[in-house]
Design a protein around this ligand. Sequence first.
Ligand SMILES: Cc1cc2nc3c(=O)[nH]c(=O)nc-3n(C[C@H](O)[C@H](O)[C@H](O)COP(=O)(O)O)c2cc1C
Length: 356
Amino acid sequence: MKLPTLDIGSLKIKYPIVLGAMGVGVTRSGLAAAVTNAGGLGVMSGVNLGFDELDFMDNTLEANLRALRNEIRKAKEMTKGGAIGINFMVAMNMYAEHVREAVKEGIDFIVSGAGIPSELPALVKGSSTKIAPIISSSKGARLIAKLWDRNHNIAPDAVVLEGVKAGGHLGFSKDDIINENYDIFKTISEIKFILKPYEEKYQKKIPLIVAGGIYSGEDIANVLKAGGDGVQMATRFVATEECDAHERYKQAYIDAVKDDVKIIISPVGLPGRAVQNPFLKKVNAHNPPKIKKCVNCLKTCDIKTTPFCISQALVNAVSGNIDEGLIFSGENVYKVKEMSTVPEIFKDLLTELEKL
Ligand SMILES: Cc1cc2nc3c(=O)[nH]c(=O)nc-3n(C[C@H](O)[C@H](O)[C@H](O)COP(=O)(O)O)c2cc1C
């Protein structure tokens, strides 16, 4: 099978493979640039990007915005001006400030989920930045397409559909996640149908990018055959030399077996998928680590009631303090068997696809 390009308006991506943003700090400029250089679209996570800045705990917004500028500049340098995206969760505090700063730095693509990105079109207005919501169902696609049409007179430049096998936060109930009748291919055709009138009205194609459990060339082919225009992959790219996480984080992926994959309820207010470890066991035993200091990162989190500090837990994990950290992962983490590189993964995927 020959892969089509992924065209997000004027952004022409050679292969329809988008890097799924992974926060905190797992997808920064290193991994995003490597995916863009390999012919895909590299997307960084914009959540607490300044976690390793010296003033992060006291001056969180300034530290995050400074790191945001630096990471975009680095990614642009490493790709010689190639296309780079960034993901901001709607549930983040200071969402608008982050979006505006990224636009000022010339970011090419902004993806937003974990809430309804109702104001995103207004925040990027007048720029060439392309925008895409992340949704988990056809209902979500209908809602956002209608909202952006009515309030902003635009249609999304792309839509990311994230299914139940994804890593990190999931837009499903715990019951939905274990529902064996869930069929992402059915949702793909429903969403294509919903987007059609908006494509006609705004005279543009709205590519549908499908995420969650996409691991092999065959998975990519199945999405394309079902009408998807591209895929978003995260878990597969973690155990790579270019990934921005600590080596121990990557090793945790390589060591994970199927039974290690657990669902937790995160302070964001959504279920999340992660690898079993001493931290998760403590949380589940209602004995989470004490919160050192709140940096007020989430609109949906209250320090008085939250079961644990997700920022602290994710920063611990990405920095190598694995046993005290939250290791988010997709359902297919157990398929990761060894360290690799981004070009090697692209080569394997393309070889597999050619044989199909
Ligand atoms: C470690 C990790 C962190 C993630 N963090 C985010 C995030 O900050 N924002 C977001 O929208 N999605 C996040 N995701 C979801 C991914 O971007 C992606 O859509 C999903 O994991 C795709 O499924 P896959 O991992 O099976 O390829 C995360 C996923 C992982 C594995």
